[in-house]
Ligand binder design. Structure first.
Ligand code: TNX
Length: 483
């Protein structure tokens, strides 16, 4: 029987028989995040030592960097046979993705934080794999409700097994500013103190942020931080009223959007943003900064264009690639390589400005709300979540084609945003992520045609993994229980 891998690999050849990892199993791997991750995973769940083999003898589990360059940065070969387990890639990142596949070949107890007895069987199999898209993202909104470092690490732990490689953090919004800025202490002293529904808010110190970036990097996830401008800025304006044309901007605890606007025609606004994007880029080793740009409903098109023409260079000057929500397609002078994040539902017409920007070279990150907005309710009776984009069933978030939305556009990849107006705790996040997240991962990674029955079967097998990992609040979707 075929193993229940998600995402589905490019090619898989099942063998007959299985290998058992026991106390005699040995491990070799080149130093790096892939080896560190695999060693920690294996020893944590099995309690076995996995020493290096005696010199001259082959290892039971061997990771090597001798995969052909044609595998690319993330591709890999995986082989389980009588002689042992062999993972080959051209880069350590490729080995890391292979480790996530190996993990899914092991029994669900491999996800447990405490050791259990096994047996640690692996089916004989040969896999050749690589991603469809370079950008396989998830976004966490820490502005509407704050999630601390431990919660973000938990979030990272949940997406890594599904081969995501981008973590977009929505760090500012009307309801809160969540990252300490050395030059502007009131952003966090004042602007972080509340959230949707009221206090407490919260924020990351710069050291917290560095800790998240490092934890993500050890898992080959690139952090893409977002400071959302010129709308969604009430918390910043309340902290520094010079940013606003309002008299005395107050903190905001509601869930409306589109009412706030930075002072567009004041140089001090751009001096502020120069400082903020400067600090942010210094804190961010990854190549991307997200400037938001969505739902600037209080800003005229002329002002929006003027604003973007002043802000885009602030990011470009620092050698970072701009990411922005799709509204920025209308901005003049989009820099080469700009990534625009498509978020409107697939049922709507594609705006002409977006089609034009894509023709001119903008790359698209696909996040259509009626497919991959994981804050949307699964069904009418889902307690958590919003439903402005309709309900989003497990099947709906899996069965769609990122290439079909904007014909001719270059699709950089797929990203699933998790907005948190209604979500307060890590358990709430789990409820909205599972079981939709693995389907999004499949759309982003796997070029194989979607096959719902096969995916549903795989998902059912994964529930035991979630439970072993302590993910107990996943949505008991009808699609999981039907046969
Ligand atoms: C739209 S999508 C928003 C967010 C909300 C979200 C809720 C986008 C770029 N903006 O401000 O949180 O809907 O689903």
């Amino acid at each position: 029987m075929e193993p229940n891998l998600i995402p589905v690999p490019r090619a898989l050849l099942p063998g007959t028989g299985e290998l058992v990892l026991d106390g005699r199993a040995t491990l070799t791997a080149p130093d790096g995040p892939a080896a560190a991750f695999l060693r920690a995973l294996l020893t944590r769940a099995t309690g076995l030592p996995f020493p290096a083999p005696e010199p001259g003898t082959p290892a039971t589990v061997a990771l090597t960097l001798d995969g052909p360059p044609s595998l690319g940065r993330e591709g890999y070969l995986l082989d389980v046979a009588e002689g042992g387990v062999r993972l080959r890639a051209h880069t350590d990142e490729g080995l890391f993705r292979a480790v996530q596949t190996l993990r899914q070949l092991l029994p669900p107890q491999i996800e447990s934080p405490t050791p259990s007895a096994g047996p640690w069987t692996l089916p004989y199999v040969a896999v050749e794999d690589g991603p469809r898209y370079a950008w396989r993202g998830v976004m966490l909104d820490v502005a509407r409700h704050f999630f601390d470092v431990a919660a973000v690490k938990g979030f990272i732990d949940r997406v890594v097994p599904y081969k995501f490689n981008v973590l977009h953090l929505h760090l500012s919004d009307d309801q809160g500013w969540r990252l300490e800025m050395a030059g502007y202490p009131r952003l966090t002293e004042h602007g972080s103190t509340t959230a949707v529904g009221g206090p407490p808010g919260g924020f990351f110190t710069q050291d917290d942020f560095k800790e998240i970036v490092a934890y993500a990097a050890e898992r080959y996830l690139t952090v893409v931080p977002e400071i959302d401008v010129p709308g969604h800025t009430q918390a910043a304006m309340s902290s520094y009223p010079f940013l606003s044309t309002q008299e005395a901007p107050e903190l905001y605890e509601g869930v409306e959007v589109g009412f706030s606007e930075l002072a567009i025609h004041r140089d001090s606004t751009y001096a502020f943003l120069d400082d903020v994007f400067g600090e942010l880029s210094a804190l961010t080793p990854g190549g991307f900064l997200h400037i938001g740009g969505d739902e600037a409903l209080s800003t005229t098109p002329e002002d929006y264009a003027h604003f973007m023409s002043r802000v885009l260079p602030l990011v470009g000057e620092r050698g970072k690639t701009v990411v922005a929500w799709q509204e920025a397609a209308s901005a003049p002078g989009l820099p080469p390589g700009v990534h625009l994040q498509y978020w409107r539902p697939t049922s709507e017409d594609v705006p002409d400005a977006l089609t034009a920007a894509a023709r001119a070279g903008a790359k698209l990150v696909m996040s259509p709300a009626d497919r991959v907005y994981l804050d949307q309710k699964y069904a009418e009776d889902t307690e958590l979540g919003l439903k402005w984009a309709g309900t989003v069933s497990v099947r709906q978030s899996y069965e769609w084609d990122p290439e079909a939305l904007v014909p001719g556009a270059e699709v950089a990849g797929v990203e699933a945003p998790l907005w948190t107006e209604t979500l307060h705790t890590p358990d709430d996040l789990d409820h909205m992520l599972f079981p939709r997240l693995p389907g999004v991962a499949d759309v982003a990674w796997s070029a194989a045609p979607r096959d719902w029955d096969s995916h549903a079967r795989r998902l059912r097998a994964h529930t035991a993994r979630w439970e072993a990992a302590g993910i107990t609040t996943y949505y008991r979707a009808p699609e999981l229980t039907e046969d």
